[in-house]
Design a protein around this ligand. Structure first.
Ligand code: FNR
Length: 186
């Protein structure tokens, strides 16, 4: 297989984030030939303002857009806030959507979320899918990664995923994403 490069976009800002641990674990679960780089952090991106855009895109937005544009695929790893995506992630996507080179257009994207509750961030994922329609991304349908009771499966202090089933599921999603990239290139 030709080498593939994925980038990961993290929706949580906090240091001890479960999703941060997930995002940093992706490389160890990736199929051979796939490298995964964590983008960001999204707190570097200012609030979207069309007047700021008119003066020129912030460097943080340009850099993130270039990294997405150059990547073979994007993995969005995010918590659910109030049944939707965190505002900081939406803000980053809003900025990126205004870039002239439309970095997400035709880009394979996989989504991962978790929650201390039982639904694993599913509602946020469906909002995110809706947003990604306007960005013209190609969102992978399955397998879905919606990790319920995440504190029992991800240890942010040790910085690793402790649940084997979760690891296998993530590895299978990364393989599916890699296969999609391969089909896309063909
Ligand atoms: C949450 N949380 C949450 N969980 C959930 O399953 N559905 C929800 O709608 C919400 N809403 C929500 C709103 C806000 C403002 C906060 C701060 C939290 C809980 C959330 O899933 C939990 O804090 C996760 O641990 C956040 O992920 P990180 O930061 O650990 O990656």
């Amino acid at each position: 297989m030709e080498a593939q490069h994925f980038v990961a976009l993290l929706g949580s800002l906090r240091k001890a984030s479960y999703h941060g641990t997930l995002a940093r674990s992706l490389q160890s679960l990736a199929p051979e030939g796939v490298s995964i780089e964590l983008l960001g952090p999204i707190q570097e991106i200012p609030h979207y303002d069309a007047d700021v855009q008119a003066e020129g895109f912030p460097d943080s937005v340009v850099r993130m857009g270039q990294s997405i544009k150059q990547a073979d695929a994007v993995i969005i790893v995010t918590p659910e806030y109030n049944y939707s995506v965190p505002g900081a992630l939406k803000n980053a996507l809003d900025w990126i959507s205004r870039l002239p080179e439309t970095p997400f257009a035709g880009k394979p994207v996989a989504i991962q979320s978790g929650s201390p509750g039982m639904i694993g961030g599913a509602r946020a994922q469906y909002h995110l899918r809706q947003i990604l329609v306007f960005l013209d991304a190609m969102v992978l349908n399955k397998p879905e990664i919606m990790i319920s009771q995440i504190p029992a499966k991800v240890d942010q202090e040790l910085g690793r995923i402790t649940d084997e089933t979760t690891k296998k599921l993530i590895a299978s999603q990364l393989t599916a994403l890699s296969r999609t990239v391969g089909m896309h290139r063909a």
